[in-house]
Design a protein around this ligand. Structure first.
Ligand SMILES: [Zn+2]
Length: 242
């Protein structure tokens, strides 16, 4: 029996063909349960009597890892698709996975925080030029949003200085600009995407920083209006025209 076992573990040249044809695999799978148990006990005994040395263990580990990588690479898409399908179909599974992630995060983030942040900093340092390139490109391709963003930031900064209530967003400014057909609220000149946000009732006179107190104006009108309200400014404008 032991001789057979050795024969299977280290096949002789004439037995290699049998291996290729799956002879031993089939024989093992079809084996009588009692025989199978005996066979496994023999294998275990043989292995115990012939322990692998360190080099062999290492080689085996490398072989198994390599085989895992190869078989996984072949079946990767199918495996992941199946995982995704299961994840989306089963809400209990989803909850379990999420709870697990949260738990892991809560347990590990405090001690790894510095490491994470350092990793992010390093990434940013290494990819800054690439990242800045993308940002600049995006800004060039979306000039209206970029301008709306800038004036939104500026207005928010001034509102903070005055301690005034209310907040608006880039989209509000973009909407205003569209509603005014891209023209200055006061002199109706074409703004061509170069404009400022005017608080119709100035912040310094208690005007809010909400969207309904805002308009888009050319910088010339915005400057000369100064601390007047929109109505006051329009009145002086018509007066000047008379
Ligand atoms: Zn104007």
């Amino acid at each position: 029996m032991a001789g057979n076992v050795v024969g299977i573990m280290i096949p002789a040249a004439k037995e290699k063909k049998k291996h290729r044809d799956g002879y031993y695999r089939d024989r093992y799978q079809n084996m009588d349960p009692v025989k199978k148990a005996q066979y496994l006990a023999d294998v275990r005994a043989w292995r115990k009597a012939h322990p692998l040395n360190e080099e062999q263990q290492k080689a085996g580990k490398i072989y198994r890892a390599q085989r895992h990588i190869e078989t996984y690479a072949l079946r990767k898409d199918a495996i992941n698709a199946k995982k995704r399908e299961r994840y989306h179909a089963d809400s209990a599974l989803r909850a379990r996975i999420r709870a697990g992630s949260t738990k892991w995060w809560n347990e590990n983030y405090p001690t790894r925080k510095e490491q994470y942040l350092a990793g992010q900093r390093n990434w940013y340092r290494a990819n800054r030029v690439k990242k800045m390139g993308a940002v600049t490109l995006w800004a060039k391709e979306h000039p209206q949003i970029t301008r709306a963003r800038r004036v939104t930031r500026q207005a928010a900064y001034r509102a903070k200085q005055y301690g005034v209530d209310g907040r608006f967003h880039t989209i509000d400014i973009a909407t205003l600009y569209q509603n005014q057909d891209g023209k200055c609220r006061y002199c109706s000149s074409e703004l061509r995407n170069i404009y400022e946000v005017d608080h119709m009732t100035p912040l310094s006179r208690g005007g809010s920083n909400k969207a309904d107190n805002l308009c888009c104006a050319c910088s010339s009108c915005n400057r000369s209006k100064h601390t007047r309200t929109a109505d006051e400014f329009l009145a002086t404008m018509t007066e000047a025209l008379r």
